[in-house]
Design a protein around this ligand. Structure first.
Ligand SMILES: Cc1ncc(COP(=O)(O)O)c(C=O)c1O
Length: 388
C-alpha cells in the first residue's frame, strides 16, 4: 500500500464493534479475569490500547518494528539518551534543534557521556571523529534551522563500521517524505508536535526502532516502563486522527513552500534562502535522492537584524510563534527562540545569526501568504529606513 492509504487507515486493528475511529481508552488500569490471566493490558503507563494503535501506526509509516509514543519530542529524545552510559561518546550534528543540544550539554554530559559536534555533511570529518567508544551519531535532515541536508545512507555506513547507531530526527519531513530506516538508520525520532500532529494542539514525540528484537529495544522498553514518559490516551487519539490527513497536509505545505522560497529569492530585503527544493541549495541533489518531497520549512536571511525583528511586528494572519509543522503558517526568530540557548561557538559554525527567520509554511492560500510577507518585508524596510 502507498503512504496516503497507510496514513488514512493506520494499522488495521478494529475492535468487536467495528468502530472506524479507535476508541479513547481512558482507563488507567485494566481488570484481570483471574490470577495469572490477562487481557494483555495491566497498567496504563505500560500499555494503553489507543496509544498502542498509534505506536503501531507510526512504526508502520516509518517501516520500523517498534515505536514508542512519548509526551513530547524531548521526552522521546530523553529516552534515547538512556541508551548511553558513562564513558560513551556520541557525535552530534552541529545544526540541531536547540533543546536537543541543551539536553546533551546541560544534562547528560553531567552523567559522564561525552558529546562532540561535527559538520555531518562532511563525511571525512565524521570518519575522523569516530572513536572506539562512539555509541551513536545523531542528525536531523533537513536540520533545524539551517536546512543542512545530511546523507543518511553514507552516515549509516560510517556509523555501522564503528558499531555505532545512526539516530535520525525526522521531524522536518515526516515519514510521508522520508524514511530514514529504509536508508540504513537504526532509530528515528520525531517531535510529534509538528507535522504528525499538524494542528498545533498536541505536544507529542515518537521513537521508532528498526529491530524490535535488538538490545536497544529491550533497554528502551525498560526505560519507557520505568520512567513513564508515555503519551496520554487522549493525545494519542488526536494524533491518530491527525495522521489520517498527513499526506494531503504536507504535500500542500511543500507546494506552498516551493512557491514562497522561489519568490523570497527575488525580494530585495532577502539575502539568502535555505530550502532544499531550490536547485541552488547545496544539498538539493542529495535531498532529491533520499526524500520524496522537500517539506514545508524555509529559513531565510534578511539584510539586517533590525529588519528581521521589525518583520515580526508586521504580521496579520501569519503567527510569530515557535514551533512548526501545523496547518497555520508560523514565523520564528531562531536566535531568540528555538536556538536562544545554543552555545555561541556552535551557532558561529553553522551560520545561524540574528538576520535569520524560519518560516513553517501552512496550508493557507499561497497568494495570501505571499501578499502578507510582501507587506511585512516592505513595512519593516520602511521602519528601518525611518530610524536611520
Ligand atoms: C527537530 C526537532 N526535534 C525535536 C523537537 C522537540 O520536540 P517537542 O517540542 O515536541 O518536545 C523540536 C522542537 O521544536 C524540533 O524542532
Amino acid at each position: 500500500m502507498q503512504d496516503f492509504s497507510l496514513e488514512v487507515h493506520g494499522c488495521h486493528t478494529y475492535d468487536a464493534t467495528g468502530a472506524i475511529s479507535q476508541p479513547i481508552y481512558l482507563s488507567a488500569t485494566f481488570r484481570h479475569p483471574a490470577y495469572q490471566q490477562s487481557t494483555g493490558y495491566d497498567y496504563g503507563r505500560v500499555a494503553n490500547p489507543t496509544r498502542e494503535k498509534l505506536e503501531k501506526t507510526v512504526a508502520m509509516l516509518e517501516n520500523g518494528e517498534r515505536a514508542w509514543a512519548a509526551a513530547s519530542g524531548m521526552a522521546a529524545i530523553n529516552l534515547v539518551m538512556g541508551l548511553f552510559e558513562p564513558g560513551d561518546h556520541v557525535l552530534l550534528a552541529e545544526d540541531l534543534y536547540g533543546g536537543t543540544v541543551r539536553l546533551a550539554n546541560d544534562v547528560y554530559s553531567h552523567y559522564g557521556i561525552c558529546f562532540e559536534y561535527a559538520d555531518t555533511r562532511n563525511l571525512d570529518s565524521v570518519r575522523a571523529k569516530m572513536r572506539p567508544e562512539t555509541k551513536a551519531v545523531f542528525i536531523e535532515t533537513p536540520s533545524n534551522p539551517m536546512m543542512f541536508i545530511n546523507d543518511i545512507e553514507a552516515l549509516a555506513k560510517i556509523s555501522h563500521q564503528s558499531n555505532a547507531l545512526l539516530i535520525v530526527d525526522n521531524t522536518f519531513l515526516s515519514p510521508h517524505f522520508q524514511k530514514p530506516l529504509d536508508l540504513g538508520a537504526d532509530i528515528v525520532l520525531h517531535s510529534g508536535t509538528k507535522y504528525l500532529c499538524g494542528h498545533n494542539d498536541v505536544i507529542a514525540g515518537f521513537l521508532v526502532l528498526r529491530h524490535a528484537g535488538s538490545a536497544e529495544a529491550a533497554r528502551l522498553e525498560l526505560l519507557a516502563k520505568s520512567a513513564g514518559p508515555n503519551l496520554s490516551a487522549m493525545d494519542a487519539w488526536l494524533l491518530l486522527r491527525s495522521i489520517k490527513t498527513l499526506g494531503i497536509r504536507v504535500e500542500r505545505q511543500a507546494q506552498n513552500a516551493l512557491i514562497l522560497a522561489e519568490w523570497l529569492q527575488k525580494r530585495p530585503e532577502v539575502t539568502a534562502v535555505y530550502y532544499p527544493g531550490l536547485p541552488t541549495h547545496p544539498g538539493y541533489a542529495l535531498q532529491q535522492k533520499q526524500a520524496s518531497g522537500n517539506g514545508g520549512m524555509i529559513s531565510f536571511k534578511v539584510t539586517s537584524p533590525k529588519l528581521a525583528q521589525k518583520v515580526l511586528g508586521h504580521l496579520r494572519m501569519i503567527c510569530f510563534a515557535e514551533s512548526l509543522g501545523g496547518v497555520e503558517t508560523l514565523l520564528t526568530y531562531p536566535i531568540a527562540q528555538t536556538h536562544a540557548e545554543m552555545p555561541r561557538e556552535l551557532i558561529a559554525r553553522t551560520g545561524l545569526d540574528d538576520c535569520l527567520l524560519r518560516l513553517s509554511v501552512g496550508i493557507e492560500d499561497v497568494c495570501d501568504l505571499q501578499e502578507e510577507l510582501s507587506d511585512a518585508l516592505s513595512a519593516a524596510a520602511q521602519d528601518v529606513q525611518a530610524e536611520t
